[in-house]
Design a protein around this ligand. Sequence first.
Ligand code: PEP
Ligand code: MN
Length: 347
Amino acid sequence: MLIVLRKGAGQEQITPILQALEAHGLRGVPMPGAERTNIAVLGVPTPEDAEAVGALAGVVEVVRVSKPYKLCSRETQAADTVVQVGSVRVGGGTPVVIAGPCSVETREQTLAAARAVRAAGAHMLRGGAFKPSTSPYQFRGLGEEGLRILAEARAETGLPIVTEVMSPDQVELVCRYADVLQVGARNMQNHYLLDAVGRTDKPVLLKRGMSALVEEWLLSAEYIMSAGNHNVILCERGIRTFERATRNTFDLSVVPLLKDLTHLPVLADPSHGTGLRDLVAPMALAALTAGAAGLIVEVHPQPELALKDGAQSLTPAAFDTLMEEVRALSGFLAERRALRHGVMVPA
Ligand code: PEP
Ligand code: MN
């Protein structure tokens, strides 16, 4: 249920409504918008609850939210969410590019990657210090040492850091270094981790689980938001299908689909989405054309020596070329948007 307030309604109206909801065993979450603040209602309201709340001061309308996810639903908030990371805006219209190695391997490798992606025009640096690993015998990351290296790379390049957190007990440590907490595909439904990152004030990059339905993915975003953290960025990274020619099946159709379902920004990860270096640039451009708010791309100074995901990592030179294409395409897409907008404005 969504309570639509009249324009200009303030705390004097909001507080009694929140109290009334509580008295009915429900929880209200104010959703400030450009024009007015609305209140999303969590819980299972009865028609009687809706009627009682509808009669309160400042309430224009009580709307049923048909989806099982509420806070992230487009029904609850019409305007796109923009997630601010330092001076970078994710979802603000200009595509954001996060780039860097799959894993932090050494100080030299990470600094070289950071310098290269910075020079090419990336907006944030990625790199895993805690790595998910299919086999217990593979590299699982440098842990806190990796986080320290990322912090050094940020200090030198000014790029905010995006890095993965794998368990609730790591959240506090990772928060001390990261600008954005990445929840990986394997943890998309680790609900205790979602609760824990939801209690922080760090933006969260929530990757799609490898066999997650869109609805399950959005319910995971809902976990984070219902714990208090509304700065959620979704990221499509491919799903597992019968196809083996690519590492995953990159499901770009969810990008425009999610625009209807949620106000949260959606990024695309063509590196994990395809698993193949040569497919990364074409699918990156396809993702932006489909409306993605940006990209997360793996770049390694020497992909052939990478401890993880070398086959899908771009060289610095290939990333530089991709960034030129990204700039040209975003200019074109922005022009088309302006034109469409201009055409739609009545004379
Ligand atoms: C990664 O970003 O390196 C990663 C492990 O991604 P995913 O969780 O999408 O597999
Ligand atoms: Mn990787």
